[in-house]
Design a protein around this ligand. Structure first.
Ligand SMILES: [Zn+2]
Length: 377
């Protein structure tokens, strides 16, 4: 046998390579081995995916994947792999005092590739389930120990801070942001900032972000959002996008507003990345998995290749993994998603109650992880 697995007859959509068309995709030794129409090779497992979309393994840039036995958090293997998501990025569920446990008990054991941002707050988001903002008490912002953790765990993608009334209160918002900025500058790493429900003007946050930093919950409908009083995208948001700040969706129901997204798209401001902010909330919310968020943006008019780019090439680039993740090229990680577009009458929405009708939605067909067809254990 030439290869371990071959997907035959699908339509490959890999915007990072500019590919959209019929191609077979073969995998060997955990990696992509060949991508071309009508590959005349043999494989241990051959799967006919005619009529389906074949994309690089999807990347969810913002979720909370710390152990599911804890409040707030979800299990990546349970909620990511079945939907084609092979890389789950944890957006600061842990801080310097809890990351080692997250690493040993979740990251190293999951079948999903789990990568993480470290939170500036000592215990990450553990206190949020108790209704206490993680940086309401500024003693939990520990600059030296956070810096030390970033040094000791070089696999960390960067630092996360939530500039939100419920997370920092008003007085600690700017000091937290400035501390995070100092740490990232010294460590030479990226900063992800939660901007939804911020007690300070959005401009004050964006002016502190450098190219490659991530503004997450970009289309939230709360105070200090991306639109001015007349519904126009703020110049500071356009400036940030132009200099390479990543505009990340992180839906979560409560951090996404259909009308804000619609206005931004109409004014030529698409998101850089689509993500879920997957959590296990205490109360029911209109939350979606990544395919649901992708379906929402397809319904909002974002073209299909741009939807796929925003969950493959764009997040891979955002975490410094372009060409390795989110790409179907020989030598890249052997992850892929096989999806179908189901026709029907669907509704997607947000926590504010805005609905959007959709005539199509993405549904999962199968997932390839590390060169093998993934099956639920
Ligand atoms: Zn989050």
């Amino acid at each position: 046998m030439d290869f371990d697995l071959i997907l035959r007859g699908g339509t490959v959509v890999d915007p990072g390579q500019g590919v959209e068309g019929p191609c077979d995709v073969a995998f060997a030794n955990g990696r992509v081995a060949a991508v071309a129409p009508d590959l005349s090779v043999t494989a241990t497992e051959a799967i006919d995916v005619t009529g389906k979309l074949v994309t690089p393994g999807l990347i969810d840039l913002h979720g909370h994947f710390f152990h599911r036995g804890q409040p707030l958090f979800v299990d990546p293997d349970e909620l990511c792999l079945p939907g084609g998501v092979t890389t789950a990025v944890d957006a600061g569920s842990s801080g310097w005092a809890t990351y080692a446990g997250f690493r040993e008990y979740v990251i190293q054991r999951a079948e999903t590739r789990v990568l993480a941002f470290l939170h500036l707050a000592t215990t990450g988001l553990a206190t949020v389930a108790a209704g206490v903002g993680e940086l309401e008490d500024f003693r939990f912002a520990q600059e030296e120990r956070t810096r030390d953790a970033l040094r000791r765990f070089p696999e960390l993608l960067g630092l996360k801070v939530r500039i939100q009334r419920a997370a920092t209160g008003e007085a600690n918002a700017l000091p937290a942001l400035d501390m995070a900025r100092r740490i990232c500058d010294e460590a030479g790493t990226r900063l992800m900032v939660h901007i939804s429900g911020t007690p300070i003007p959005l401009e004050a946050i964006l002016e502190r972000l450098r190219p490659g930093d991530i503004a997450t919950h970009i289309f939230n409908g709360h105070e200090h959002g991306i639109l001015d009083g007349a519904g126009q995208v703020l110049p500071a948001v356009r400036d940030a996008a132009a200099r390479g700040v990543i505009l990340d969706v992180a839906h979560a129901g409560v951090h996404f507003d259909v009308e804000v997204a619609r206005a931004a798209l109409a004014q030529g401001l698409p998101p850089t990345t689509l993500s879920t902010d997957m959590v296990r909330p205490a109360v029911a919310r209109r939350m979606y998995d990544l395919l649901g968020v992708m379906s929402t943006f397809l319904a909002l008019g974002l073209p299909l290749p741009e939807v796929i780019r925003a969950v493959t090439e764009a997040p891979a680039r955002a975490i410094g993994q372009a060409g390795k993740l989110g790409a179907l090229v020989p030598g890249a990680c052997g992850d892929a998603a096989v999806l179908a577009l189901e026709e029907g009458d669907f509704t997607f929405g947000d926590a504010a109650g805005h609905d959007i009708k959709a005539a199509q939605r993405f549904v999962p067909v199968l997932t390839v992880r590390a060169g093998r067809r993934w099956r639920r254990r």
